[in-house]
Design a protein around this ligand. Structure first.
Ligand SMILES: [Zn+2]
Length: 290
């Protein structure tokens, strides 16, 4: 298949990189996800894709939201600047007339991380804790995409039925408690509200309210892993995303797991491709499906 261009459209940034046959990434670049309308997203994608269109054989896209028949729908519209329904495939095709494969970002990352396990297991869950909470499931060695692209949207499983209203319209979703957005929002009552990165910094410095917010997020993820494990009988969970990979977060998830009965403690480890799982997974999926 030659050289591919992979894109990873997230709630905060859009990354792009060339991906060679052997999975080597090069010319990685990143822009801030526009928080406006569809025209702004289309313009941002054109800026990223057009310099590469003569140099690649295919385009692979991992994107936040539901990918269904070439369209992107935001399950939680707040994560994509109010973008509810976007013709992603058509938009990419209008910039570069190349074979183009789309996949949800959690599903893409799950695929890349599962390949990195080198056949050690058949059933794995990927969880990303970032602007939102997402995921992907590999079951019996196969990536679950779902007939409507929904499979693996584990951030919208219920963490607390009395919890805050989620952007998806449901109350108490894991995303509304564990995500970076939720971590920042939990400081709204403070005299000086801060963002998720600052909450982590303060927690590291021994600030108790900040520590409680981070631990509440990690506890919600430990509970999510337990629910997924008891539903699917998994071998392993892999944790990614800017919050999931933040220093000390994985340890906090493991700490929360210790409060659960042993059967629910699904082994969990950090994503080996770090922030590149989505880019790599989309490219691998495209090579396998084109
Ligand atoms: Zn939700």
């Amino acid at each position: 298949m030659g050289m591919g261009l992979a894109l990873d459209i997230g709630g905060t940034k859009i990354a792009a990189a060339l991906v060679a046959d052997d999975g080597q990434l090069s010319e990685r670049q990143q822009i801030v996800t526009p928080r406006g309308d569809a025209a702004q997203l289309a313009a941002a994608l054109e800026t990223l894709v057009s310099p590469f269109r003569q140099r690649v054989d295919f385009i692979a896209v991992a994107s936040t939201g539901i990918i269904n028949h070439g369209r992107l729908t935001a399950l939680n519209p707040a994560n994509l600047g109010g973008l509810a329904d976007f013709p992603l495939q058509e938009c990419i095709r209008s910039v570069a007339d190349l074979p183009c494969v789309l996949l949800n970002d959690g599903q893409a990352a799950a695929w890349a991380e599962y390949q990195a396990l080198n056949g050690e297991c058949d059933n794995a869950l990927f969880v990303t804790v970032s602007t939102g909470v997402g995921g992907g499931i590999v079951w019996n060695k196969k990536l679950l995409v779902g007939q409507h692209g929904l499979a693996g949207h584990i951030g919208h499983t219920s963490s607390d039925p009395q919890g805050p209203l989620c952007g998806c319209g449901r109350r108490g979703c894991a995303e509304g408690i564990a995500s970076g957005t939720a971590i920042g929002a939990a400081t709204q009552e403070w005299e000086q509200p801060v963002n998720a990165a600052q909450v982590f910094e303060m927690a590291r410095a021994g600030h108790t309210p900040a520590e409680n917010i981070v631990q509440r997020s990690a506890t919600s993820i430990a509970s999510l892993l337990a629910d997924m494990h008891i539903t699917l009988d998994l071998d392993i969970a892999i944790l990614g995303g800017s919050v999931g990979l933040a220093e000390g977060y994985l340890q906090r998830v493991k700490f929360a797991q210790r409060a659960l009965p042993p059967l629910y403690r699904l082994p969990v480890q950090a994503a080996c491709h770090r922030q590149d799982s989505g880019l790599l997974g989309a490219a691998m999926w495209a090579r396998a499906s084109l």
